[in-house]
Design a protein around this ligand. Structure first.
Ligand code: ADP
Ligand code: MG
Length: 678
């Protein structure tokens, strides 16, 4: 018998072509095949009574076959017809272009069909059959992007399933029993050939648990490493904070105060802080970070602030200079472009000595050393673990680990964050500063886009500015795997059109990710200074920019964006006392993305949107996760709180017991524990 590590070519029906296609799906070995996740399950066991089938609906019906015949359509195409009868009634079945089915159908008595109910000119209501099954069973449907059909995969799997017992289970039986989890091997066998929904639910529960356990093990093991690690305690200076806050043109919100207090207490400990600052877009997370930096500088220590893009790094450096350099904090910027100290160009070595150094991941590269580093802020970035910290630690001779504060780009639902990250490590800013006006959000159809331009003109007349967001840099004829972006507005082409045809009398700027850092900085400066009235931009790079005078945002192809990303984009306006507007122009006004836009146009609260996003996004639907900071899950649902809590509990148990006792689980933890404990 073949083993799990044998190539799939040992199975019947897999030649070089299929092998190559399977490889594209990430399937090379029998084990890969056995753990290849179905995308969905079609349940042929729940049939609708034939007399209640409704026009236009997709339906499953089961009954006896009769009157099988082959006809020809008006264009000469073969059409197979039959009658399907159950206790409630009969309906005509139609197969187009599948004459070869006739002998098969003639041999059958009963069958289950799935298809769409349509009206036939002569015969009344009929069912256009898409799939049929002999037995009323649940059928797994696999991702078919690489050109391997589900039917083929099921055939390959029918040969591989007898080897499933070789799949090992990283979870000991004692834990499985206590937590009500079936064996991994059994879960996979069920997923590929479920007998009923109850069994399928158990299998999904187990595989979903495994996905969450991997995340929880990483979160918990990081926590444990850090608890054992050493950091320099940073005493807090209440008088200094009071001074700083008094100098602000506004007072802190209660949640900002609470978060600041949490952070100051954490910094005082001799163990590394690991705190997540979870707040809405525009809720004022930067100030909280700035106050912490003041404490660090007072202790004669250094902060590194990591930003996701160059533009954001430059912006943060500016903001910090304004906020805290009057308190004697030197602010450095290390960008791909140039180095700055307190806004003036300087040598790289000089930047590395500043009290706070802002930059992108370039700060993590080999050869960058910070002698006095004690504190790291990671802005709107979620992949920053112990590994990265130890990279930064290099600069310190004493082996102390820097304290870490991460800030979310868009809010993470509190229930979820709490279940996974635990209460101690989380600060939430739920309220927005007072005086903010919710951004008016409206869907405008492509045919009415003139309205959007009129509104832009009206705002510019009042001295305000506008963003126009496009999904792509350049037009492309290639179809992307997920969406066809063919005719989605591309920034460059749209910029040309707007500049020459729509706003020939205005200054229009353009910024996108493929520009050099220098060009980007220049364009942003022009816009910030008010020289350009309209800025055409792509979505990814510009997330997070803060230009207070902008009151108008148009989002092209808005239905292509996830809720989290839309929210992040909308957060770029409404940052001042003026009323702001966000206009959404959908690419496909009849598509599924419209549901998101409807929700988005009525909800402005980021936490509420995040909850909706979770509810909308079934497991396996992963658009927008990169922006939202939520982990990638295929089977588990992020709204399944009991399962998340279970994963967290089991992870705590395993890590406390010592993960080295669970060799198969240890490999799931990305960090090498021992290397970091030294
Ligand atoms: P984010 O949380 O998205 O990073 P920022 O820190 O950029 O938000 O803050 C957004 C804007 O709100 C900034 O211009 C900031 O000066 C302002 N701000 C922050 N806190 C307050 C407050 N308590 N009251 C009024 N405005 C505030
Ligand atoms: Mg921010």
């Amino acid at each position: 018998m073949p083993t799990l590590l044998d190539p799939v070519t040992v199975l019947r029906g897999i030649g070089p072509l299929q092998k190559a296609r399977l490889e594209k799906l990430g399937v090379q070995t029998i084990q890969d095949l056995l753990t290849f996740l179905p995308r969905r399950f079609d349940d042929y066991s729940i049939a609708t009574p034939i007399n209640s089938l409704r026009l236009g609906e997709a339906a499953i019906a089961r009954g006896t076959l009769s009157e099988i015949k082959l006809e020809h359509s008006f264009r000469g195409l073969p059409v197979v017809r039959a009658m399907l009868t159950d206790e409630s009634g009969s309906i005509g079945l139609v197969w187009f272009n599948q004459a070869f089915l006739v002998p098969t159908l003639e041999r059958l008595k009963e069958m289950t069909v799935m298809g769409k109910v349509a009206r036939d000119r002569h015969k009344g209501k009929v069912l256009h059959v898409q799939q049929y099954e002999l037995q009323p069973r649940i059928v797994p449907i696999y991702p078919e992007t690489a050109g391997v059909t589900s039917k083929q995969l099921r055939y390959f799997l029918s040969q591989a399933l007898p080897m499933a017992h070789q799949l090992t289970d990283p979870l000991p039986e004692s834990i499985r029993e206590k937590e009500g989890l079936i064996a991994r091997e059994r879960a996979w066998r069920i997923l590929h050939a479920p007998a009923d929904q109850a069994e399928l639910a158990k299998a999904k529960h187990r595989i979903g648990f495994d996905e969450l356990l991997r995340i929880a093990l990483n979160v918990v093991s990081q926590k444990h490493i850090l608890q054992k690690g050493k950091s320099v305690p940073i005493p807090h200076d209440v008088a200094l904070v009071r001074d700083f806050v008094h100098g602000l043109p506004f007072s802190l919100t209660p949640d900002q105060k609470k978060a600041t207090w949490h952070i100051m207490q954490d910094l005082e400990k001799p163990h590394p802080m690991n705190r997540l600052l979870n707040g809405d877009v525009g809720s004022g997370k930067t100030i909280v970070g700035a106050i912490a930096i003041l404490q660090v500088q007072r202790a004669k220590l250094q902060t590194v602030w990591l930003a996701p893009t160059e533009i954001l790094a430059e912006q943060h450096a500016k903001t910090l200079k304004k906020l805290i350099s009057p308190f004697g904090v030197s602010v450095g910027l290390l960008s791909a472009n140039h180095c700055e100290k307190n806004g003036d160009m300087c040598e790289r070595d000089e930047v590395l000595g500043c009290d706070v150094v802002v930059g992108t991941h370039a700060l993590l590269q080999e050869g960058v050393r910070f002698e006095r580093l004690a504190f790291v802020i990671v802005d709107e970035q979620h992949r920053f673990g112990v590994e990265q910290r130890s990279q930064l630690k290099r600069g310190r001779a004493d082996g102390n680990i820097p304290h870490l504060l991460s800030m979310t780009a868009t809010p993470i639902p509190r229930s979820f964050a709490l279940a996974l990250y635990g209460d101690l490590e989380l600060s939430t800013i739920a309220q927005m500063p007072t005086g903010r006006r919710p951004v008016e959000t409206e869907i405008i159809l492509d045919s009415k886009r003139e309205q959007a331009y009129k509104k832009i003109r009206a705002e510019i007349k009042k001295g305000r500015q506008a963003f126009i967001i496009c999904p792509l840099v350049e037009e492309t004829n290639q179809k992307e795997s997920l969406f066809d972006y063919d005719s989605v507005k591309a920034a460059k082409a749209e910029y040309k059109r707007l500049k020459t045809d729509v706003f020939p009398d205005l200054t229009v700027g353009l910024v996108h990710g493929k520009m050099s850092a220098k060009e980007k900085t220049f364009e942003m400066e022009q816009f910030r200074a008010g020289i350009a009235s309209v800025l055409v931009a792509t979505s990814v790079v510009e997330v997070g920019v803060d230009v207070g005078n902008v009151t108008m945002m148009v989002i092209e192809g808005a239905d292509r964006f996830g809720l989290a990303q839309l929210h992040q984009l909308r957060g770029r306006v409404g940052r001042n006392v003026y009323q702001s507007q966000c206009l959404l122009i959908p690419h496909n006004p009849t598509g599924r993305g419209m549901q998101r836009l409807e929700i988005f146009s009525t909800i402005t609260d980021g936490f509420e949107l995040a909850e909706k996003d979770l509810a909308l996004r079934g497991p396996g639907e992963m658009y927008g996760t990169a922006q939202s900071g939520l982990p990638d899950l295929k089977m588990a649902s992020l709204t399944d709180m009991p399962l998340i809590a279970k994963a967290r509990r089991v992870a705590e148990e395993i890590i406390t017991d010592g993960i080295e006792k669970y060799p198969d689980l240890a490999s799931l933890v990305e960090t090498n524990l021992h290397a970091h404990l030294e």
